[in-house]
Design a binder for this molecule. Structure first.
Ligand code: 5GP
Ligand code: MG
Length: 483
């Protein structure tokens, strides 16, 4: 039984970027640059906490990283040799400053700051229990639950308290934390969300994606492993594995859409993965056409892969205005429609009189596809075929990607034929699940021995129990419950 729909309450669900650095005099400035490279993971707010040996210095603000942290007086106040930062994405719930991360707590054993990418799936159950015991919550983010669990844990070392807290939570997470003696980074046991480790001179860096290492000229060391906790202090780096081993379930949507194409995640180039998906799509659902046109920017690598495989010219037939935020982020349907019009324009010379294949990474609500198809027809295309470089998004994500509630997902409501009509295309095809897996280096498709990914948004197979979204007493999966 579904008691509360996750998207009805005012809790925040977010895909975010996290960053941490230890061992450099301007840790906050490095963090600001790292967050700038992670801006695509969250444009709503950003924050940095630095530690200077005596004091924790924090600044959080709504808006883009550059707007806040490019100001010399802001960065100048964030002294310290260690820092963590967060860039936040949230499409629902309040955009209050008190929800902006990193969160900071003055614990009996010292200060601790924490930043989170992901979503906890037993947040409400834990929060209820903590409130009954007297915890006073300051924010509505699920991350604060972890802070309270740490505050009330018995161990003396912060990292032991963090482990104790993490053993009580379910969900997808990459956390970075800042203590008075170092930094810590940890991935959930299934490794749903990304976190990488790098080195810059004597300093250690952790970040959601490798593009945040590149911006600093830091060397990539390796991915933090699923379920691994990495601690960096003046004595160097230590690694712990505090959880029972679980199956690897990296979020496949990071490859499809979320990560930046110049990032290498879990050993795979995001750009190359997208190109290979596009090639699979051309093999599976090719169609006679004169030109392949990406829906920019997210559709570009897949469209290149498609065009190469199909041997059809690739053209930028739609030009994107880069000064508009991602349409998805706008809160109301009305603004979302407006956003799409503000964002894209047809490059008529490459469309008029042509049979066009449009390639995009995904269809969520169908808003983008509908507008783009209309625009391309208005620019004189004789045929418009839509090709999507992911399988139909039929299920909500509860692990940190902010997909809307199920009824709003076009593919949960309609079959391919109805969707084709809805978006106004001459034909519509999605890459198959197996095609997507083949592109990810799994030749046997999804049923290979170790699929390695969370693909719940396409299959409804949720690898982590969704406690908050059941009656709170069972571990039943929401894939059944949300039907
Ligand atoms: P739709 O317009 O169908 O609702 O959404 C599809 C478009 O949104 C695609 O062009 C895709 O690139 C983008 N998109 C897909 N998932 C997400 C997401 O989680 N966040 C944001 N900002 N955009 C997304
Ligand atoms: Mg897009």
């Amino acid at each position: 039984m579904l008691t509360t729909h996750p998207f009805d309450d005012d809790k925040l669900r977010e895909e975010c970027g996290v960053f941490a650095i230890y061992g450099t005099p301007d840790a906050a400035a490095h963090t600001a640059l790292g967050l700038h490279a992670l801006q695509h993971r969250g444009q709503e707010a950003a924050g940095i906490v630095a530690f200077d040996g005596t004091q924790f210095n924090a600044h959080r603000a709504l808006g883009h990283v550059g707007e806040t942290f490019a100001q010399p007086d802001v960065i100048g106040r964030l002294n310290g040799h260690a820092a963590i930062g967060h860039t936040r994405y949230a499409t629902t719930g309040d955009t209050l400053l008190r929800n902006v991360q990193p969160l900071f707590a003055d614990l009996a054993i010292g200060g601790f700051a924490i930043a989170h990418n992901g979503n906890l799936t037993n947040n409400q159950a834990l929060r209820r229990r903590l409130v009954e015991r007297g915890s006073l919550f300051q924010s509505t983010t699920d991350t604060e639950v972890v802070v309270h669990l740490i505050a009330t844990a018995l161990a003396t070392a912060v990292v032991d308290r963090l482990i104790d807290a993490l053993r009580q939570i379910n969900g997808a997470y990459s956390f970075v934390g800042l203590m008075d003696d170092g930094i810590v980074g940890v991935r959930d046991p299934n490794g749903v969300r990304p976190l990488v480790l790098g080195r810059l001179g004597d300093a250690y860096v952790m970040a959601s994606e490798t593009c945040a290492l590149d911006i600093l000229g830091a060397d990539f060391i390796r991915d933090v492993e699923p379920g691994e906790m990495v601690i960096v202090t003046r004595d160097g780096l230590t690694s712990r594995h505090p959880f029972p081993k679980a199956s690897r379930r990296f979020c496949i949507f990071e490859h499809i859409y979320f990560a930046r194409p110049d990032s290498i995640v879990e050993g795979t180039s995001v750009y190359d993965a997208r190109k290979r998906i596009g090639a699979e799509l051309a093999r599976e659902a090719g169609v006679d056409a004169d030109v392949i046109i990406p829906v920019p920017d997210s559709g570009v690598p897949a469209a290149l892969g498609y065009a190469n495989e199909a041997g059809i010219p690739f053209e930028l037939g739609i030009i994107r205005n880069h000064y508009v935020g991602r349409t998805f982020i706008e809160p109301t349907d009305q603004i979302r429609h407006l956003g799409v019009k503000l964002k894209h324009n047809a490059n008529r010379a490459h469309i008029e009189g042509k049979r066009v294949v449009l390639v995009d990474d995904s269809i969520v609500r169908g808003t983008t596809s509908t507008k783009i198809v209309e625009m391309v027809r208005a620019a004189g295309a004789t045929e418009v075929h839509m090709r999507i470089a992911s399988p139909p998004t039929t299920h909500s994500c509860f692990y940190g990607v902010d997909t809307p509630r199920r009824e709003k997902l076009l593919a949960s409501q309609m079959d391919i034929e109805a969707m084709t009509k809805f978006i106004g295309a001459d034909s519509l095809a999605f890459v198959t699940i197996d095609g997507m897996y083949r592109a990810m280096g799994k030749p046997e498709g999804r049923n290979s021995r170790d699929p390695g990914f969370c693909d719940a948004c396409f299959t409804g197979d949720y690898p982590i129990p969704l406690i908050d979204f059941t009656d709170g007493t069972s571990d039943d999966r929401v894939s059944v419950l949300a039907e």
